[in-house]
Design a protein around this ligand. Structure first.
Ligand SMILES: NC(=O)c1ccc[n+]([C@@H]2O[C@H](COP(=O)([O-])OP(=O)(O)OC[C@H]3O[C@@H](n4cnc5c(N)ncnc54)[C@H](OP(=O)(O)O)[C@@H]3O)[C@@H](O)[C@H]2O)c1
Length: 254
């Protein structure tokens, strides 16, 4: 089946760079109108907007980790586009916090910040998006999780825990929202070539991480976008509740 998003309005959080950017480009390529949310990097966001095919795309600068911004983001999107068909909860943070090195105060702060950005914001956005989609006959939500939810994140346990919770939330919502014709899916990438994936990595660390996959490379953001588009497509409604791994067979779960 060809993926076609003509006349569909898509909101992607964290769309200025990395996986969110690749996803925005891919949706626009398939005919969608895209709302690109980002936090602070306006220059990069504008650059991404300029690269999208088609017309009518918009930027929405909002820090979704600030509670009140999630509701207003959905409201402003609907005011601009008329309807929300697909929400992609992609924005996330990864902050290392090694239990044997970090002071307790900082440990707590990282746990709170990580859960706020990676889980609570996604939950709030799901709430407002689902309420809007219920009124318009349905839609799709795709949440971007991580391989770390399954195999563990020894140096960033809050990150792994937040993504595991995101998976559980998504699967609960998949059941609850199906009667409203809202599909909820998850994409769980492994090591991906973005600022988050490669920032501050030396060549040795990079080689070690790439060697985790038998393909001996990291994922391209476009490969993660591909899975997101599949889950957001109309033909994928019955795949609701699924978690698609995009980790180059580096971690196989049963
Ligand atoms: N890269 C990997 O190896 C990898 C692996 C597994 C899972 N993931 C997941 O994939 C998703 C995207 O990761 P990425 O690698 O593309 O990240 P990235 O390169 O660090 O880009 C992050 C994007 O999210 C935005 N963002 C961050 N916090 C935000 C907030 N509070 N409000 C609004 N926007 C915010 C950033 O906006 P600004 O530019 O304005 O800061 C940017 O557009 C994340 O959920 C991540 O956990 C990534």
């Amino acid at each position: 089946m060809m993926l076609n998003f003509k006349n569909k309005n898509i909101l992607i959080t964290g769309a200025s760079r990395g996986i969110g950017k690749a996803t925005a480009l891919a949706f626009a390529e398939k005919g969608a109108k895209v709302g690109l949310n980002f936090r602070s990097n306006a220059k990069e966001a504008q650059k991404t907007l300029n690269q999208l095919s088609g017309e009518g795309h918009r930027l929405f600068q909002k820090d979704i980790a600030q509670n009140e911004n999630c509701q207003t983001l959905i409201e402003e999107f609907i005011k601009t586009f008329g309807q929300l068909d697909v929400l992609v909860n992609n924005a996330g943070i990864f902050v290392p916090h090694k239990i044997d090195e970090i002071e307790f105060e900082e440990w707590r702060t990282v746990w709170q910040d990580t859960f706020q950005a990676n889980l609570f914001a996604a939950a709030d956005l799901c709430y407002w998006a689902a309420r809007a989609m219920m009124k318009t006959g349905g839609g799709s939500i795709v949440n971007v999780s991580s391989r770390g939810a399954f195999r563990g994140e020894p140096n960033a346990p809050a990150y792994g825990a937040s993504k595991a919770a995101l998976n559980a939330m998504s699967q609960s919502l998949a059941k609850k929202l199906a009667p409203h014709r809202i599909a909820v899916g998850v994409v769980a990438p492994g090591f991906t070539d973005t600022d988050m994936g490669t920032h501050a990595l030396g060549p040795e660390e990079r080689d070690r991480l790439m060697a985790e996959s038998p393909f001996k490379r990291m994922a391209k953001p476009e490969e993660v976008a591909h899975a997101i588009l599949f889950l957001a497509s109309e033909g994928a409604e019955y795949s609701s509740g699924t978690i698609i791994d995009v980790n180059g067979a580096s971690y196989l779960r049963s």
